[in-house]
Design a protein around this ligand. Structure first.
Ligand code: KIV
Length: 256
């Protein structure tokens, strides 16, 4: 059974663990705990201070993904297709092939439902594994409100999930989706749903690693900070600084 089929089989068996990585060092730490590592275009705001993910380029995604690839030995590695790189089926296929051939990732993720159906269907027909992304879509969002409050919106998102499944995606990220809608979607599709701000009802959860470890200053409702890495870095650097000033570092054993 290939890696993607194994991933799908986890639905209804055990929760799926997913996190983001933008570099080898983080990827190699989280790999043993994850089922899927996402090179997310969130790197635009997390690393480059962009106000949206729209400015992230294909080259940026490819360079970060090459680094991440070196840190992964077991998890599925999925790379976000950035904004404006999948406007039509031909362009999407060309860019997805470029991402896969240059980064050796296992598949790509792209945002959208009905409007992206033909694009996604064409990628899958050409043997590119695709992860869908519904709910809040940062590449096109006008605001960052959660999705699924109004009846019409709920119907659209549920319809889109079923359409994505029909097109052949192997999983769907649900971002900032109201809890009971996430539950309905998760029950209505046979592929795993991975939530971020989309409740416990999803088949798995994804978070931006930098948020989880306290390296990125963000105060979104869906983020839980499990560690304070900023404090650890600060303490270590302060210690280094003091020792240098007092000529306690470097010692003989650090010198030639
Ligand atoms: O870009 C990203 O990191 C993502 C996750 C938040 C799902 O799409």
């Amino acid at each position: 059974m290939n890696k993607i089929a194994k991933f799908i089989k986890k639905k209804n068996k055990s929760k799926i663990i997913s996190l983001t990585a933008y570099s080898k060092n983080i990827a190699s730490i989280i790999d043993k705990h994850c089922d899927l590592i996402l090179v997310g275009d969130s790197l635009g705001s997390v690393l480059y201070n962009f106000t949206s993910t729209k400015k992230v380029t294909l080259d940026m995604m490819i360079e970060h993904s090459k680094s991440v690839r070196m840190g992964i030995s077991k998890s599925l590695m999925i790379v976000d297709m950035p904004h404006n790189t999948y406007k039509n089926p031909k362009e999407a296929l060309k860019n997805a092939k470029k991402i896969i051939s240059q980064t050796k990732c296992d598949g790509v993720k792209l945002e959208g439902g009905k409007k992206k159906y033909k694009i996604i269907e064409n990628l899958i027909k050409n043997k590119i594994p695709v992860m869908g992304h519904l709910g809040l879509l940062p590449q096109s969002a006008k605001n960052f409100r959660y999705k699924g409050k109004e009846k019409v919106e709920r119907k659209e998102i549920l319809r889109d999930a079923k359409l994505l499944e029909k097109a052949g995606v192997f999983s769907i990220v649900l971002e900032c989706v109201e809890s009971s809608l996430s539950k309905d979607i998760t029950r209505s599709v046979k592929i795993p749903t991975i939530g971020i701000g989309a409740s416990v009802h999803c088949d798995g959860q994804v978070l931006v690693t930098d948020d989880l470890i306290g390296l990125n200053k963000i105060s979104a409702r869906f983020v839980k900070k499990y560690a304070n890495i900023e404090k650890h870095i600060n303490d270590a650097v302060l210690k280094f600084k003091k020792e240098v000033i007092k000529t306690q570092f470097p010692q003989k054993k650090h010198s030639y």
